[in-house]
Design a protein around this ligand. Structure first.
Ligand code: GRG
Length: 333
């Protein structure tokens, strides 16, 4: 049987109805008086994406009594920050594709891509200030800073085979877990969930964000090119050494892996394949997924005291879904 989709996993019509409203609102608030800017800014919104952060905001919004525009705008704000950061990330990485289509920088050049990303970030602040209030604006601003800090640390660690897994976790906390936590926090706050429940949901989402990135990084080492939509091992080719590779560098094959990674760049396909083979044969992908499973347990403990509900059941199933995606990517193609 095929792996369950997110739609299967979230049997909550209220969540999907609100997510439809999020789509409409994203297009509304990303309009500019300048038609060219609207086109560039809406390019990646229209291209799709999983909308994982809006989904988390809506799930968290199930835990409070309020059901109004605020939860929609919480989801819109976090997706706008996310998409804005993708525009900038593609400029930094000189990426040519994103969300299955041309990146904005490939279409219109770096300047337009940076401006379109800035515009979406600015709209996120406007939306939050208009309906969510000052506390939400502060939380989003801090999250934005954490994204930049995570990305900046990652740049400094590129090609560095001597850093440890502690630095890896700092990178993924900043560039991924921070916004995933904010998605749940703002969704819960928008629904007027109790302060204790807001904290529980935020702690859960932080761990889930780490699981999200560990499993994404594992996919790069085990999935087929078809599943990924790009060549497997791209992280290694780009000098981004993720948890399995960093752990393998500390193991019995570490000196051989270090030798290969010290070769002149760009790495040949043989070099990348040799590193991937050694990492996989050493069981380091499984160890990374074991770490992800431990984080799922921590996430489950964080929400143990939430009142039982169908939404809580969904939260408890999402970590397993992320890990199963790795298995699905492995066998696909
Ligand atoms: C301007 C906020 C801002 C940041 C500048 C570029 C940058 C600093 C940060 C980049 C942060 C970044 C791109 C992190 C990667 C996060 C991540 C896991 C992206 C992929 O998310 P998915 O899989 O993508 O949810 P879709 O397309 O499905 O939404």
């Amino acid at each position: 049987m095929d792996a369950p989709t997110l739609e299967d996993l979230v049997p909550l019509p209220s969540v999907w109805q609100r997510l439809d409203r999020v789509e409409t609102r994203l297009l509304e608030v990303s309009q500019s008086g300048d038609a060219f800017l609207t086109k560039a800014a809406q390019h990646l919104l229209i291209a799709g994406g999983k909308r994982f952060r809006p989904l988390l905001a809506q799930l968290a919004a199930e835990f409070g009594p309020a059901d109004d525009q605020r939860s929609i705008d919480a989801a819109v704000a976090v997706e706008l920050i996310h998409v804005g950061s993708l525009y900038h990330d593609d400029v930094i990485d000189e990426a040519t594709t994103r969300r299955g289509t041309d990146s904005a920088n490939a279409n219109w050049g770096n300047t337009v891509a940076i401006l379109a990303g800035d515009f979406l970030m600015a709209r996120a602040s406007e939306v939050a200030a208009a309906t969510l209030g000052q506390r939400a604006v502060e939380i989003l601003a801090r999250t934005y800073a954490e994204l930049v800090e995570g990305q900046t640390l990652e740049l400094q660690l590129d090609w560095d085979i001597h850093h440890g897994t502690g630095e890896y976790f700092r990178v993924i906390e900043g560039k991924t877990a921070s916004l995933i936590r904010t998605s749940a926090r703002l969704g819960a706050m928008a629904s007027e969930a109790s302060p204790d429940d807001v904290e529980r949901l935020s702690r859960w989402a932080w761990e889930l964000g780490i699981v999200f990135q560990i499993s994404d990084d594992a996919l790069d080492l085990v999935a087929t090119d078809d599943f990924l939509g790009k060549p497997a091992g791209s992280d290694i080719s780009e000098g981004k050494f993720t948890l399995p590779v960093l752990s393998a560098l500390q193991g019995p094959d570490g000196s051989r892996i270090g030798e290969v990674l010290a070769r002149p760049r760009p790495y040949s396909q043989e070099s990348v394949s040799e590193v991937i083979d050694l990492v996989r044969a050493g069981g380091y992908v499984e160890s990374a997924l074991d770490e992800a499973s431990r984080r799922i347990a921590v996430a489950g403990n964080a929400i143990a005291d939430l009142a039982d509900s169908p939404a809580k059941d969904v939260l408890n199933s999402l970590g397993g879904y992320l890990i199963n995606r790795v298995a699905a990517g492995r066998s696909a193609g």
